[in-house]
Design a protein around this ligand. Structure first.
Ligand code: NDP
Length: 250
């Protein structure tokens, strides 16, 4: 479902929020928006120089000073996820939100033609890294008074589509993980929900639809109200649910 929301400017004051894939596209826009609403954002991604650009933009806006945590999710192991948790714990002593946003598209091929190694790589970045990071962060999240974990899905994470195999199954797995965590920890302080951004003007969208006029889809900056709603206390009652950042296209 889609939420129409106007976030108060102090919505995320005092919160520490981790954003994966914060260097570009939707992750970059979400990190800037969380910071603009008072959060200390921790920018996770594989390229320090690309993250630094986002860091500088946040710093010069006068928002709380962010942090950069470099990690390549394609090669990350449980030791790396634990290191992220330990560093968050020692530097901030808290974690109030996670936006699992980093993803890759992989190849657009039929199941019969798909390369198994490439498929596994997509699963690693989009799903296994999400699982590993969440698992390592659970104790810190659980020590917050209330915390929100947002998993980025896709329309093909809710309904399968021809030639989207690897990406689609990685998003189905992510939806499953979200539901399982929400059920396992339903009486706890952490809520788990998924969000489908919908068609958004980014490098990934352009790679998936090279023929499309980028101006015909919304910019990342236009789809942020649901991201803010899910991170802030107005969504406290939501757990184990699937959301859409854009109204259905008609
Ligand atoms: P982009 O490709 O623009 O950005 C992806 C981000 O993930 C980048 O910051 C990228 O870093 C990072 N990333 C990729 N691989 C790794 C890795 N191995 N380790 C760490 N970080 C990595 O994608 P979008 O902004 O379009 O997508 C954001 C999310 O929204 C994704 O989960 C996507 O599946 C989902 N989505 C997007 C839609 C759209 O229309 N755009 C529609 C539906 C879902 P780097 O800068 O280094 O490449």
């Amino acid at each position: 479902c889609h939420i129409d929301y106007q976030a108060p400017s102090t919505l995320l004051e005092g919160r520490v929020i981790l954003v994966t894939g914060a260097s570009a596209g939707i992750g970059r826009a979400a990190a800037l928006a969380f910071a603009a609403h008072g959060a200390t954002v921790v920018l996770l991604g594989r390229s320090v120089s690309r993250l630094k650009v986002v860091y500088d933009a946040i710093e010069s806006s006068g928002a709380p000073q962010p942090a950069i945590f470099p990690l390549n999710l394609e090669s990350a192991t449980s030791l790396d996820y634990q290191a992220v948790a330990d560093k968050l714990s020692s530097e901030f002593g808290r974690l109030d939100g996670v936006l699992h946003n980093a993803s890759i598209l992989g190849e657009r091929l039929s199941v019969e033609d798909a390369n198994l190694e490439t498929w596994a790589q997509v699963m690693q970045v989009n799903f296994t890294a999400t699982l590993g990071l969440t698992q390592a962060l659970l104790p810190l999240l659980a020590s917050a008074e209330r915390a929100s974990v947002v998993f980025t899905s896709s329309s093909v994470g809710r309904k399968g589509r021809a030639n989207w195999g690897a990406y689609s199954t990685s998003k189905f797995a992510t939806e499953g993980l979200m539901q399982i965590l929400a059920d396992e920890r339903r009486d706890g302080p952490v809520r788990f929900n998924s969000l489908n951004p919908g068609a958004t003007r980014t490098a990934m969208r352009q790679a998936a639809y090279p023929e499309e006029d980028p101006q015909s889809v919304r910019a990342p900056e236009e789809i942020l109200p649901t991201y803010l709603w899910l991170m802030g206390d107005d969504s406290l009652h939501a757990n184990g649910e699937m959301f859409d950042a854009q109204p259905p296209r008609g």
